[in-house]
Design a protein around this ligand. Structure first.
Ligand code: ADP
Ligand code: MG
Length: 176
């Protein structure tokens, strides 16, 4: 799935929509629905891997994503902090309790991340984990990581490509 955005708000909007879909994991749904099956099968964190050049819109996207999770705090480029944790307290029922924003831009060795209890964080089904510069950690990411690629088109246009998107997420309309 590919989206072309013309400004930061559109990129945020896609992030917000995706977050809302992911939260719906927690909504009671009838057995037999794809959503129900996906929820039953989940036994680790929901992991998003964001890749693409500097200024591609990864952090901007996550600002919208956090908004969609109901997080009020501001999501910043964590240049000096590798990892930040936010509580998820959403009005709709959701099995997710925490959102982790990880930025691997400054890490040199995978070990630096492992030292931060990374394995525990990604194995907890109550966590949603978004990782900028995820390509630096491919080896240790779960196979079902949702991969988002950000491409710089020009000053105000970006392309966001979502790979291996599960069926239950389907389309994310940036205009509605
Ligand atoms: P990254 O985290 O990938 O390095 P950021 O989200 O921090 O990227 O930066 C993206 C920059 O590009 C921001 O300054 C943002 O305002 C600007 N920008 C311009 N157009 C867009 C767009 N269509 N989508 C996202 N960001 C955009
Ligand atoms: Mg960033």
């Amino acid at each position: 799935m590919e989206y072309l955005t013309s400004n930061p708000s559109e990129t945020k909007k896609i992030g917000e929509k995706l977050a809302k879909k992911i939260l719906h994991f927690g909504k009671p749904s009838k057995p037999g629905q794809a959503q129900y099956r996906a929820r039953r099968m989940r036994d680790s964190a929901f992991v998003l891997g964001l890749v693409g050049e500097l200024g591609g819109g990864k952090t901007t996207f996550l600002q919208g994503f956090a908004k969609g999770l109901g997080i009020k705090e501001k999501i910043l480029s964590p240049s000096f902090v590798i990892m930040k944790r936010f509580d998820i307290k959403h009005k709709t029922p959701t099995p997710f309790k925490a959102f982790y924003h990880i930025d691997c831009y400054r890490i040199e060795k995978v070990k630096e991340i492992l030292n931060l209890d990374f394995k525990e964080i990604i194995s907890n089904p109550q966590n949603i984990v978004a990782i900028e510069w995820a390509d630096r950690l491919w080896k240790i990411l779960p196979k079902d990581t949702l991969v988002l690629e950000f491409e710089f088109k020009n000053r105000s246009k970006r392309k966001v490509k979502i790979r291996n998107i599960p069926l239950w997420i389907s389309t994310l309309d940036k205009n509605s």
